[in-house]
Design a protein around this ligand. Structure first.
Ligand SMILES: Cc1cc2nc3c(=O)[nH]c(=O)nc-3n(C[C@H](O)[C@H](O)[C@H](O)COP(=O)(O)O)c2cc1C
Ligand code: SF4
Length: 439
């Protein structure tokens, strides 16, 4: 272990973390409906911190109530949220783990926007095509307000004692809606050319730097390849790797300290989180968002009806069948790493020490992030430290966790990984037993 590349510290310009393993954003609906944080979220994040992960990236934290992806996620949109985040940082730091807040705005891609705002906002006035989530096109003054909200959120993270922020610039949320050639249909300074589409992201980064100074860690999560047409083939493809790399270089110049490489211009997307799709589980939870969009009822019926459900499943899984899930974004991240001088981490299926070690030793990336794979095996860092190459009960990439989180507690719902259904439920409920410690 002393020489294992996985367990070497990683030095960003403004932050050093103890190893190369990051917990990628992942959580359930743990918090109050109004966006105030709860002890349960603290228990959740501490569970990973105490199992040896070097850095935790929070789940998406809205910078604005209109930008929430789904209610019951802790927000960072007001100064009175700071004490909660301060407590969370303190608890995680007790385990020698760094904590980075992911600052986010949903734009039009909201699983459920909550009761405050009926419509989302976007770079366009066109509804999101898969679920038909409606939106209003942002005016330039509104864009500038949101830019400032990102900067204010970063300032709050700093005041709370967090180790940095990650700008949620990927997976189809508001920043992707500006960056993407397949979504952004504006004809003003924020649309058209790549330079114009990147303006919003660059203004956010510069505004954060103005607000927090030059010595606070700021990383950017980006979908290097958008593949927007992966589910609905009549949509545009979106940004290519080459286009994203040009944007990434501008972002680096503007003050970004590290990049987190993801993929897909929607969430979920066949590439992210890549794997299979359980129709039974979708039918079980999709009903909770039936009134969110113009196509949600249609989709719900399709998920229940043969042959539409089979066609959807085939379309969804074909990409992950063609590409290996573990390291699905590694080649893209490698290209990003060649183009920048700041550290690059990558998300997508990592759970084998030798795969991760190889990627780091070869200089392809500086670290990896893990979400479902840690959900399945929270003690994965410890296993790696003890010399285990791959956990005995690995994540199967079945995505049942993803589909269940809309309605049910977050957890690994792959029954085949447990001796019995009771054990699975017991494991899912285990986080609630940790809660009183913080109550
Ligand atoms: C239930 C669930 C919630 C997620 N929430 C977020 C999020 O809030 N922000 C984000 O950038 N990614 C989110 N992701 C994506 C993960 O962080 C990660 O990038 C992706 O799942 C691929 O990594 P994995 O194969 O290790 O799961 C989520 C994934 C899952 C399964
Ligand atoms: S339900 Fe479990 S096995 Fe399936 S993807 Fe999620 S964590 Fe992995």
């Amino acid at each position: 272990m002393p020489t294992d590349p996985i367990f070497q510290p990683l030095h960003f310009r403004n932050l050093t973390v103890k190893n190369r393993l990051f917990r990628s954003s992942l959580s359930g609906r743990f918090d109050h409906y109004d966006g105030s944080g709860t002890p349960l979220r603290i228990a959740w994040d501490v569970k990973f911190a105490r199992n040896g992960i070097g850095t935790i990236i929070s789940s998406n934290s809205p910078v604005d109530p209109r930008g929430l992806i789904i209610p019951n996620y802790a927000s960072i949109d007001r100064d009175d949220r700071i004490p909660f985040w301060r407590e969370l940082a303190k608890r995680v730091h007790e385990h020698d783990c760094a904590y980075i807040v992911q600052i986010a705005h949903s734009g039009r891609q909201r699983d459920s926007g909550g009761i405050e705002f009926k419509k989302g906002v976007s770079s366009t006035s066109k509804p999101e095509p898969i679920h038909g989530l409606e939106c209003e096109k942002l005016t330039v003054p509104q864009i500038q307000e949101i830019v400032q909200k990102f900067a204010d959120a970063a300032r709050r993270a700093r005041e709370a004692g967090m180790d940095g922020v990650e700008v949620h610039g990927c997976n189809g949320y508001l920043i992707t809606q500006f960056l993407s050639s397949a979504i952004n249909d504006r004809d003003d300074d924020y649309g058209g050319s790549l330079e114009n589409r990147a303006r919003f992201a660059l203004e956010i980064v510069r505004a954060i730097r103005r607000e927090v100074g030059d010595d606070f860690h700021l990383q950017f999560k980006i979908s290097a390849v958008e593949d927007y047409d992966a589910v609905l083939p009549w949509l545009g493809k979106g940004n290519t790797l080459e286009e994203s790399i040009r944007v990434i270089k501008w972002l680096e110049e503007a003050g970004v300290d590290g990049f987190h490489v993801s993929s897909g211009a929607s969430f979920p997307h066949p590439r992210n989180p890549a794997g299979t799709m359980s129709l039974k589980d979708i039918v079980g939870t999709y009903d909770s968002i039936i009134s969110s969009g113009k196509h949600t009822f249609r989709n719900y019926l399709a998920f229940r009806t043969f042959p539409f459900n089979r066609v959807f499943k085939w379309q969804w899984e074909r990409l992950a069948k063609r590409m290996k899930v573990e390291g699905i974004n590694l080649e893209d991240a490698r290209a990003v790493k060649k183009a920048v001088s700041v550290p690059v981490i990558v998300t997508g299926g990592f759970q084998t020490a030798s795969v991760i070690r190889n990627a780091i030793s070869n200089g392809w990336v500086d670290g990896v992030s893990m979400a479902r794979t840690l959900l399945a095996n929270p003690d994965l860092p410890q296993m790696f430290a003890e010399g285990v190459d791959r956990p005995p009960r690995p994540c199967t990439y079945c995505n049942k966790c993803l589909v269940n989180f809309l309605e049910n507690p977050i957890g690994c719902y792959e029954e085949s990984r447990y001796p019995s259904r009771e054990t699975m439920i017991e494991e899912i409920f285990s986080v609630y037993r940790l809660e009183p410690e913080f109550g």
